[in-house]
Design a protein around this ligand. Structure first.
Ligand SMILES: Cc1ncc(C[n+]2csc(CCOP(=O)(O)OP(=O)(O)O)c2C)c(N)n1
Ligand SMILES: [Mg+2]
Length: 417
């Protein structure tokens, strides 16, 4: 990535912040990042208890303190019950969709690599609720939930998993390569960190055209040690690009813990190196994620200020559907289970009187039917025609020989250019 100055942006001139004219001064960071007084510098999250706990992940998942529980209760009371139930329904849908995906994989209906969002539903749904439909989303290979949260028809997501032509990538992408321009899901990337510079490109395009959209670039905590992550944050901050980096810290990159891979395991602090706003949120609390993501996304939209949001979350199962995760201690597993975002949210809504056992059961039925319909759609969809293999892979025409060997010429003699 170069550091060539892009065309002068009109963003600051055309997008007032909070009704005030946005001046260049807004983007001038504090000289002393330790002062913590400038808003462009990473700030300690409101939930400082979580921040304190990260160096000992097994102890990081203590139940909420009485004060935290009271705060959450009052936030629930202050929120529209319809929204609260919708968030529950959406989380449950991702959960049941992923469980069904695992089952279909075991039945060999789905092949290839397959990573699930089990345990991360609150982050997925909270983010989806904070984004406008016109905002762009880049994700990694753990993406099914994000595709659903972005509004892609569930049948098309399941069909892509099944490798059917009705899928988001016409059946050629599979679990890790979903893509949908209509809902602005710009992938689905199997290479760790591959999505990050691309998201910067999209944000630059938005800025260049003077558009009002925001890019969210989701990744795992393991991705924050990839060189392109740092290059991208640097450019985003220098060029004031409208991008929010969402880091899902599930403490684990495949089988490696965050402490073993990151010298600074409190990942929100990385934003400070780029004089960017950095925050950490409890990724098991769907309302908190929605609020935190919304604030950062709208700030990026108004002022072209990039930001980093770390969502502390948990992976309920192995890295992929074929990983039995034997490397995890039983304590770590039960710790994650205790912080299952759906069980917790269900209990909280019951306690608040927002959900009853009957309404919860009705939601369960509704969700199960929706998943069954998605599976039915996938099962009954055709496989792609092998002749279309190269149609969506290369920008330039490539003949679709089915069994061309690596040494064979790319183009037959009559197509040589
Ligand atoms: C460049 C690159 N290196 C290694 C891999 C293998 N790999 C796939 S996922 C993964 C772990 C990533 O962990 P994290 O970013 O925390 O995401 P999570 O899987 O926890 O969601 C690794 C090392 C890869 N796909 N790409
Ligand atoms: Mg991880």
């Amino acid at each position: 990535m170069t550091t060539t100055t892009p065309r002068k942006s009109t963003r600051k001139a055309t997008r007032p912040a909070d009704g005030r004219p946005a001046t260049a001064a807004k983007s001038v960071p504090a000289q002393d990042s330790e002062s913590g007084t400038d808003e462009t510098v990473a700030v300690a999250p409101a939930k400082s208890t979580r921040a304190k706990k990260t160096t000992a992940p097994d102890a990081a998942l203590d139940d909420l303190t009485a004060a935290e529980a009271a705060t959450l209760e009052s936030r629930i009371t202050a929120t529209d019950p319809v929204l609260l139930r919708d968030l529950y329904r959406d989380m449950l849908f991702v959960r049941r969709f992923e469980e069904r995906t695992a089952q279909a994989y075991q039945q060999a209906r789905i092949g290839g690599y397959c990573h699930l969002n089990l345990g991360e539903e609150a982050t997925v749904v909270g983010l989806g609720a904070a984004m406008r439909p016109t905002d762009y989303l880049f994700t990694n290979y753990r993406e099914h939930g994000y595709a659903l949260a972005k509004g892609i028809e569930p049948g098309r997501v399941m069909a892509e998993l099944y490798g059917r032509s009705t899928g988001t990538s016409k059946g050629w992408g599979g679990s890790m390569h979903m893509y949908d321009t209509a809902t602005r899901l710009l992938g689905g990337y199997a290479i760790v960190g591959g999505q990050v510079p691309l998201a910067i490109g999209a944000a630059l395009a938005i800025d260049y055209r003077g558009e009002n959209d925001v890019v969210v670039c989701q990744m795992g905590e393991g991705t924050t040690n990839i060189g392109a992550f740092h290059e991208s944050l640097n450019i985003a901050a220098l060029w004031h690009l409208p991008v929010v980096f969402l880091v899902i810290n599930n403490y684990t990159g495949m089988g490696t813990t965050v402490e073993k891979s990151s010298a600074e395991p409190e990942l929100w602090k990385r934003a400070a190196a780029y004089r960017m706003r950095g925050e950490r949120v409890d990724g098991t609390d769907v309302l908190a994620v929605r609020e935190a993501a919304s604030e950062l996304i709208e700030s990026a939209r108004r002022e072209g200020k990039p930001a980093l949001l770390e969502a502390v979350s948990h992976r309920l199962k192995g890295h992929s559907v074929v990983d039995p995760a034997k490397y995890r201690s039983t304590e770590a597993v039960s710790e994650a289970r205790e912080h299952d975002p759906i069980t917790l949210w269900h209990a909280r809504l019951l306690a608040a009187g927002v959900l009853s056992e009957e309404s919860a059961a009705a939601i369960e039925t509704e969700v199960s039917e929706k998943v069954a319909a998605a599976v039915e759609f996938a099962e009954s969809s055709p496989h792609p025609d092998p002749s279309s293999l190269f149609d969506y892979t290369y920008a330039t025409p490539v003949p679709g020989e089915l069994r061309r060997l690596p040494a064979d010429p790319l183009f037959p003699a009559d197509v040589q250019r």
